[in-house]
Design a protein around this ligand. Sequence first.
Ligand SMILES: [Fe+2]
Length: 266
Amino acid sequence: MIDLHVHLFPGIDDGPKDWDVALALARKAYEGGIRTATITPHHMPGTYENTAEQIQSYVRELQAVYEREGIDIQLLPGQEAYPEGDLRERYERGELQTLAGGSYLLVDLPQQDCPFYMEQLLFSLQAKGILPILAHPERNRTLRHHPERLEEIIRTGVRAVMSAGSMHGAYGPSAQKASHDFLQRGLIQIVASDAHHPEGPAFFPLQNRPLVESLIGPDRAWEVMERNPQWVLESKEIPAPIYDRESSEPAKKKSGGFWSRLFARA
Ligand SMILES: [Fe+2]
């Protein structure tokens, strides 16, 4: 299985602090069913640089270490880009690394507020042909309180990836409740580990699958855990039907807001 959001390289962000910890995390990922991973170091100017070129060299270095250590996980480049106003300029400067070098870019979300300019930022990326994937909206206070804002963002073509630990309560009861709710409503299209450290409960696919299946059934669990991650690697368009909470049938499409209308005209 594929992990599209994971911090595997040591000493470059808030992931593993050294090689021993990094290897322990890699072995845990392997035991949890991961065979392919896009490494997603934080990119936050002034705090974590981790440009596209650097990340590609991290992948080569880490893959060589895995081969030496017998860890059978294929690594691909990725990045978790912080959503500051100059994100599009950073893309134009070549600093941003899309997932597996394809069309999708993982965009970080702060824990508290969702910036007022978020929709504009996401749209400016889409206008450049980049397909943004929002990281862990269930951990963002604004989107938890206003899921209709997330729904509107999803309807514009942006996709969302949940941190698996949220489902298990690793980020508190509010994020846990939102993760179940968003998943059931189709506001999350991908589940990934977002693992930083090997300690604590495992949040890799083999441990997550029963809970995801209990929330959305086996067919939709396969979509969010296997099909959609594969389609990200292939830069294929991922459908995002919105569901009524109580039903497994897609909800009737609402009239849509500004962004939906804008895209409908495009
Ligand atoms: Fe992350």
